[in-house]
Each structure stands twice: as C-alpha cells, then as structure tokens.
Design a protein around this ligand. Structure first.
Ligand code: 1AG
Length: 135
C-alpha cells in the first residue's frame, strides 16, 4: 500500500522561493506578487494516480500523473516551459524529475503526520515549503 497524500494542505513556511523563481527566470514584478502568496494544495490520489491542485489568489496550477509514467508537463502560468516529467516513489516520498531546458529540475513531497513537505529544485536553487493538513 502506497502512502496516501489525499487531502487539503495549507502553506505555513516557504524558504528560498525567491531563489527558485530567479532560477526559473521569473521576472521581478511577477516574483514580487508570487512571494506574497499562500498556496493551498489539494491532493486527489487513487493508489498510483495523482491529481495535485495548487491554488492561490493570483494563479492556480494543476498537475496529474501516474507513478513511473513519463508525461509532457507544460508549466502553464508558472514559467510556461515544457518538461518531460516522471514521478516515482522513493519509499513513501514522491520524487519528480522534470527534464527540459533547466538542469536539476524537479521536486520531492513527503509527509510526517499532518505536515506535508515540498522541496522544489531548479539549477542550484532549492525552495523548501511546509504545509499543514486542514481537511
Ligand atoms: C509544483 O508543485 C509547483 C506549483 O509543481 C507551484 C509552485 C511554485 C511556483 C513555481 C514557479 C514560480 C513561477 C511563477 C510565479 C507565478 C505564480 C505563482 C503561482 C504559484 C502557485 C500556482 C509540485 C507539486 C505538483 O505539488 O504540482
């Protein structure tokens, strides 16, 4: 049985989001807005099938995938790039690799009790986000 991430998660900490956005080439004006946001994540999971929705007052982002199956991800409303993306289990962690123009791009999610962690990586930058389960 894989871990179950289903639920609603609200951000409580966001470290080096600015560095991550600079690495993605996000312009100053957009970064200024984005760094004020308090994202909420809603996970819908059925075994190895995921739908992850990220909501903010500015933009929303939605991503669906099956574990181990590469897909074309267009990061619409984020940096608007095309990636060849794969997500795999590493024990109960979700490890994503986003192949494309940017080196070392990807993310990892893991849970500890009612806390959800997200590490976002691009080039030499890592953003560390923490969420608490609210539903
Ligand atoms: C993601 O999470 C990323 C979700 O895939 C969004 C996280 C960070 C934003 C990325 C880059 C910043 C680009 C532009 C800034 C403009 C708007 C900010 C909007 C922020 C949220 C929509 C991994 C995983 C699956 O949970 O999605």
């Amino acid at each position: 049985m894989p871990a179950n991430y289903s639920g609603t998660w609200d951000i409580v900490d966001n470290q080096n989001f600015e560095g991550y956005m600079v690495a993605l080439g996000i312009d100053f004006a957009t970064r200024k807005i984005a760094r004020m946001l308090k994202p909420q994540k809603v996970f819908e999971q059925d075994g190895d099938s995921f739908l992850i929705k990220t909501f903010t007052t500015f933009r929303n982002y939605s991503c669906s995938f099956k574990i181990g199956e590469e897909f074309e991800e267009i990061t619409k409303g984020l940096d608007n790039r095309k990636c060849q993306t794969t997500v795999n289990w590493d024990n109960d962690k979700l490890v994503c690799v986003q192949k494309g123009e940017k080196k070392n791009r990807g993310w990892t999610h893991w849970m500890e009790g009612d806390t959800l962690y997200l590490e976002l990586r691009c080039e030499d930058q890592t953003c560390k986000q923490t969420y608490k389960k609210t539903a």
